[in-house]
Design a protein around this ligand. Structure first.
Ligand code: SAH
Ligand code: SF4
Ligand code: F3S
Length: 439
């Protein structure tokens, strides 16, 4: 196109990064960069990175190697790394990768337009300073067409929990809550342009507001968001089990817009491992919270994260993870082999479970989860569920939507119903989705 500059963003990691990438795209419109999905046409390539496990970090270096040639062939191409690997490595990345132009940390998104202009003049820069005030959280993502039916809204960032295996507190900094007035304003303006569902984002959403005297509590924030006319559904992630309060549980019972799904990572089923992970709860306490959630909302679906092969995890410990899964009956579970992260307290422990053993435990865990997921999905066959229609299905010949419990449903209907809530009768259950028909 005639002189227009094109921006290609590759996003790794969690929803926070997905949301940050939307903000980056909005910010860079200011210096005339427009998004493209064709990397070969890009004038600026940004890798928005994740360092939660070693594999995620290595991926970044593979991508950087891949773009080395492109940089040689296209003189004016700019290459930038943002996100959690950028935060972790900072200036070192510029030294290690001589063809890299820019490094920006997780607190420095707002500096990007200025940094890109400097890079256009040939300046190489790394900005990874932590900025511990809430102003930087106020970057509204693009409010335009198409992707607006369901939106992410950041309510807090950072983490103070320091689970012993986890790098997130080091790369995202301390917990900071965004002002509730800003959160409400963003949701109101999204709803005005067609948004029906919001997913509130934070590394630990349920500690929202706890650190500031004059901010509302998380349950109160949910009540205020619930009162927004035109908004149909509220989701949030991630919740930390230790911060699930009776007031929050009551929201699931009392606020119809709060969806019947919670992502509540346990990480392990054995008290010995939970203590060594510094998770701040026991198996019994976790199960008490699950029971209270199910009592408040009998149809609530629970998903989670689990780590296998944490230092010192015995076969007995691992079997407790499996038995916890059976007790909770997770609808879905993300599971990971333990990966040592530099600077975390667990890095001082011997990584004594072999790669093969970790892999074997992971396979056993995933086999069990497949049966639990299928069991969960099969329960819906024959029932009618309310579905928010998000768009065409992956294969393109049907429509795709989500149930209140966050199950994906494919069904045949006219595209004109995209963006609305419809009743769908479930006719078949698969591992990863449900098949339905308009009821
Ligand atoms: N704030 C969220 C997400 C953290 S990162 C939470 O507390 O749940 C997402 C998941 O990655 C974690 O829940 C954990 O299961 C996994 N994870 C984090 N560090 C890891 C490590 N060093 N090795 C393997 N998995 C890890
Ligand atoms: Fe990491 Fe634990 Fe914080 Fe989650 S709660 S981001 S696992 S330190
Ligand atoms: Fe990864 Fe950073 Fe998210 S480490 S999981 S992208 S907070």
């Amino acid at each position: 196109m005639d002189g227009q500059k094109l921006l290609y963003i590759e996003t790794f990691g969690c929803q926070m990064n997905v949301s940050d990438s939307e903000k980056i795209a909005t910010l860079l419109q200011e210096c005339d960069y427009h998004p493209t999905s064709d990397v070969s046409r890009a004038n600026l390539i940004i890798l928005n990175t994740c360092s939660v496990r070693a594999k995620a970090e290595q991926k970044v270096y593979h991508y950087l190697d891949r773009f080395k040639r492109a940089k040689r062939e296209k003189q004016q191409l700019l290459l930038a790394v943002g996100g959690c690997v950028a935060q972790q490595e900072g200036e070192r990345l510029l030294e290690r990768v001589p063809w890299l132009d820019l490094v920006f940390g997780t607190h420095n998104l707002h500096l990007l337009p200025e940094m890109v202009r400097a890079a256009e003049r040939g300046e190489r820069r790394a900005e990874v300073r932590f900025i511990d005030n809430d102003i930087r959280l106020d970057l509204f993502p693009r409010g335009d067409e198409g992707r607006g039916i369901s939106r992410f809204v950041t309510v807090m960032q950072g983490c103070d929990n320091f689970c012993s295996y986890c790098i997130v507190p080091y790369v995202r900094g301390r917990e900071i809550s965004r002002r509730s007035t800003e959160v409400i304003a963003e949701i109101r303006s999204a709803v005005a342009t067609g948004t029906k569902e919001v997913t509130l984002l934070g590394q630990n959403v349920n500690s929202y507001g706890l650190k500031s005297q004059d901010e509302v509590s998380y349950p109160q924030l949910l009540r205020e968001i619930s009162a927004i006319d035109g908004l149909e559904r509220i989701r949030f992630t991630t919740s930390h089990p230790k911060d699930i309060s009776p007031e929050l549980i009551a929201c699931f019972a009392e606020l119809p817009k709060v969806c019947g799904h919670i992502h509540l990572p346990a990480q392990a089923g054995s008290d010995r491992v939970l203590a060594r992970m510094n998770r701040g709860y026991t198996r019994a306490q976790y199960l008490e919270k699950v029971a209270a959630l199910k009592a408040a909302r009998s149809d609530i679906l629970i998903t989670g994260d689990m780590i296998v092969g944490f230092p010192g995890e015995t076969e007995d410990d691992f079997c407790e993870t499996l038995s916890l899964m059976e007790e909770v009956r997770y609808a879905d579970l993300f599971s990971f082999a333990y990966s040592v992260r530099p600077g975390t307290s667990a890095a001082a422990l011997a990584d004594d479970i072999s790669r093969i053993e970790k892999q074997e435990r992971l396979s056993r865990l995933q086999a069990l989860q497949r049966t639990l997921t299928l069991e969960c999905n099969r329960r819906f066959v024959g029932t009618v569920l309310r579905v928010l229609v998000e768009g065409p299905s992956k294969r393109g010949d049907q429509l795709f939507g989500r149930t209140d419990g966050n199950r994906g449903v494919n069904f045949t209907a006219d595209r004109s119903i995209i963006g609305s809530m419809v009743d769908v009768r479930i006719v078949r259950a698969f591992q990863n989705s449900l098949l339905g028909e308009l009821s």
